[in-house]
Write a protein of this length. Structure first.
Length: 746
């Protein structure tokens, strides 16, 4: 049995159709009733919370997802009772045993619906956004949630008193001021020693005037920053003709869906009325007297700890224009633009069943809907209901996740990892459950407002999380399809996903290919690269348009290769040419040292795995010039070997992503090791000793239960913010061991 601390037990994860919400002492397992019993928190409960959720982030700021894992393990774990392959060689037997234990352990965490829940935290600016929304709308979180949020925020305070943008980050003004304000909203006294220390950090770094623009926005809604200190968001640009390259329909959907409600709040100058807390906070976070601050001068002030991208001259000029327009704007046009923004938010709400595309837009949309329809409106209450889809409880407290989960993504990878060899036949129930889930998550219809609001065709695609979220993503669609096919081929289930549905998936994947031959995330690239010059965020790079990525392109090419085999005769020429263009794109992205840079994982080992896997498959199928592929793979192998550590493993830190250079972690990391091993094995790398050393590290690091410990963070977005993928520590070591088993042991 694993230890479940007393107060962990009072939190239960409720599941429905992929939805996952944590409920405090729930009366039933109905997700809709997760708030029914939350008033029963006692003083003793609170004390127990602070004992049971004490967490030392100096050791490792990444929690191990133990609240969920220990509960599930205790409820579901069964000794493996199937017939294990028996090998002559004791060392080899250890590898098979590690593989079986790894799958057996992880299967115990799969729920009845067939997916793996998990922590998807990491960024530290999300929870504050939601707390600010809850403060403005006076829709407070229940006490138990508030207590656990406080614990989380303190658990991630850095030694210097500040907070970073994500859990591994050094302190920044954005991180520090946002957590500081959050803690004050949650009722902490300003004289609390930890807040005093945080204030010192803020003052030592120039005060909150230098918070980056997203922070300025949140502070403005809190009446802690004058709206004059914020560059205009020019809501009228939504009324531009669609052919203009700067029309926001062309932005990357996440930027579009964040700047949309931000523009609404800006135009209405939404702000909470002054009150005691606000007046006090104004004295706590600024160096100068609040009323004396020259606000327009602060618009472009950014603390140097935060500055990641620098404002371009084009953006500066545009700001001068839009800020001037703001002074004289036409009331009629403004009204029209605001009506349009609200219609758009309504459509997004209906399309996503109020989940919304992501955590930032969910919180800001909630504010807009509250402003437009009031606290008691169904629309607002539906939003509030979905706030809980983003919250997660782990041993470091309650956090807000980067999405409403990574359900489909994790099922796809994990299932494919198990299906890598015949070992899967020993885990039929796991695969059957996965199949049920993947089948249910395919997007089969789209909302009537889809086209009107610039959505890319969805039907046949798969999302990253759940079908209710319903934004399909290029590589998630490909993963969904590949997983379905792999399960069909295993013979473990009776197929129910029809040929027609899979052909729709192929169409979706084809429809996502860009002119440059690659694949982006949710949509096609809709505007030229120079639009990036208008990126106003200061803290993220490449957020303006949806770019083609090595990882997304690789997955799509792999799935299209499978489609060729599966449905010979179906759009063969088109698929063939899409594959060739895709391969060219991938080869062109290879760096001089043989590696690929990743946009969504940490980092070079991640993208290199995707690329090699794809190129090696293309080589086997004879789909591309063998010499060119051969050279590329040889170079990539050279890169990987050069990065192997003395203990046989590989390890990168998040700095690889932010600095764009390979940054070695002090210790090897099992996830990086698994990616490197998967690549080398896919490439038929001949020096087996190197592979053996890596496999040895995976075995050494495996716990007795068959788990691996959580090490460094492994996901990223927009180069500069990191995000947790809690399933990766199991999925990828399992996958690497299983490939080794297939190639060398059976
Ligand atoms: C994700 C999560 C999944 C990820 C993959 C599918 C892994 C990737 O291959 C493509 C990009 C995608 C879909 C992705 C894009 C950016 C997201 C949505 C996230 C990292 C999860 C959270 C992040 C989102 C932008 C966070 C909110 C912050 C903003 C800057 C708006």
């Amino acid at each position: 049995m694993l230890e479940v601390k007393p107060s962990w037990e009072s939190w239960q994860l409720l599941i429905k159709k992929g939805r996952q919400v944590w409920a405090f002492k729930p009366d039933s397992d109905d997700t809709e009733k997760h708030l029914d019993n939350v008033s029963s928190l006692t003083e003793a409960d609170i004390q127990q919370f602070s004992k049971d959720f004490s967490f030392d982030s100096r050791n490792n700021p990444n929690s191990g997802d133990n609240v969920f894992r220990h509960q599930y393990y205790n409820q579901n774990y069964k000794e493996f009772s199937g017939s294990r392959p028996v090998l002559q060689d004791a060392e080899q037997q250890k590898i098979v045993d590690a593989l079986i234990n790894g799958i057996n352990y992880f299967s115990s965490l799969q729920n009845e619906e067939g997916f793996w829940s998990g922590d998807y935290g990491g960024p530290l600016f999300l929870l504050p956004g939601l707390l600010i929304a809850s403060y403005i709308t006076k829709e407070a979180f229940p006490k138990p949630h508030q207590e656990l949020m406080k614990i989380y925020l303190f658990n991630h305070q850095n030694q210097d008193g500040g907070w970073g943008m994500h859990i591994e980050d050094d302190s920044t003004m954005f991180g520090t001021v946002m957590q500081y304000v959050s803690l004050r909203i949650l009722g902490l006294n300003k004289d609390d020693g930890r807040l005093v220390q945080a204030r010192r950090w803020i003052m030592d770094h120039g005060g909150a005037t230098g918070i980056p623009s997203w922070g300025k926005f949140y502070l403005a809604t809190m009446n802690l920053y004058h709206w004059d200190g914020f560059n205009s968001l020019f809501p009228e640009m939504w009324l531009f003709p669609k052919w203009l390259p700067v029309h926001p329909w062309r932005y990357w959907c996440h930027s579009r869906m964040v700047y949309l409600p931000m523009a609404y709040c800006y135009a209405h100058r939404i702000q909470v009325p002054e009150n005691e807390l606000i007046l006090s906070l104004r004295q706590e976070i600024f160096i100068d007297e609040y009323t004396e601050i020259n606000w327009p001068k602060q618009r472009n002030e950014v603390c140097e700890k935060d500055s990641y991208t620098i404002q371009s001259p084009v953006l500066k000029w545009m700001n001068i224009f839009t800020n001037t327009y703001e002074k004289f704007h036409s009331k009629w046009l403004r009204k029209k633009a605001l009506a349009y923004l609200l219609d758009y938010i309504h459509a997004e709400d209906l399309q996503t069943k109020y989940i919304n595309i992501g955590p930032v837009s969910q919180a800001i949309n909630s504010i807009c809907i509250w402003h437009a329809h009031g606290k008691d409106s169904d629309q607002f209450q539906n939003h509030v209901n979905r706030w809980y889809d983003y919250l997660w409880v782990a041993e470091d407290g309650m956090k807000m996740c980067g999405y409403n989960g990574s359900q489909l993504w994790d099922v796809a990878f994990t299932t494919r990892a198990i299906l890598e060899s015949d070992i899967a036949q020993l885990f039929k129930p796991t695969i059957e459950k996965s199949y049920r889930f993947v089948e249910k998550m395919q997007i089969l219809k789209q909302h009537s407002t889809h086209e009107q609001f610039f959505r890319h065709p969805s039907t046949g695609g798969w999302p990253f999380s759940t079908v209710d979220h319903s934004w399909p993503i290029a590589d998630c669609s490909a993963e969904g399809m590949s997983t379905t096919l792999s399960i069909h081929h295993s013979g473990i289930v009776k197929p129910v996903v029809t040929e027609e549905r899979l052909k729709k998936a192929i169409d979706v994947i084809l429809g996502f290919q860009n002119k440059d031959g690659g694949w982006a995330t949710y949509e096609l690239t809709r505007a030229p690269k120079w639009l990036e010059k208008l990126n106003p965020s200061e803290i993220f790079a490449d957020i303006m348009i949806d770019y083609s990525w090595t990882e997304c392109s690789s997955t799509c090419v792999q799935t299209l290769m499978e489609a060729l085999d599966e449905y010979p005769g179906y759009k063969t020429e088109k698929i063939h040419s899409a594959i060739i263009q895709g391969l060219k794109f991938i080869i062109n992205k290879q760096k001089e040292d043989g590696s690929w840079y990743a946009g969504w994982g940490v980092c070079f080992t991640y993208a290199t795995w995707f690329a090699i896997e794809t190129l090696a498959r293309a080589r086997k199928k004879g789909l591309y010039d063998a010499d060119i592929i051969g050279q590329s793979i040889t170079k990539a192998n050279g890169f990987l070997i050069s990065k192997q550590k003395l203990d046989g493993g590989w390890g990168e830190t998040y700095k690889s992503c932010a600095d764009l250079v390979y940054t070695e972690a002090k210790e090897s990391q099992v996830i990086n090791t698994a990616w490197a091993l998967l690549s080398l094995m896919a490439a038929d790398f001949k020096n087996k000793q190197i592979i053996d050393q890596g496999i040895h590290l995976l075995l050494e690091r495996q716990t007795e239960l068959g788990d691996w410990l959580q090490e460094g963070i492994s996901g990223v977005f927009n180069y500069n913010c990191m995000i947790t993928y809690s399933a990766y520590r199991n999925t990828f070591p399992i996958w690497a061991l299983n490939r080794y088993y297939k190639l060398f042991l059976c």
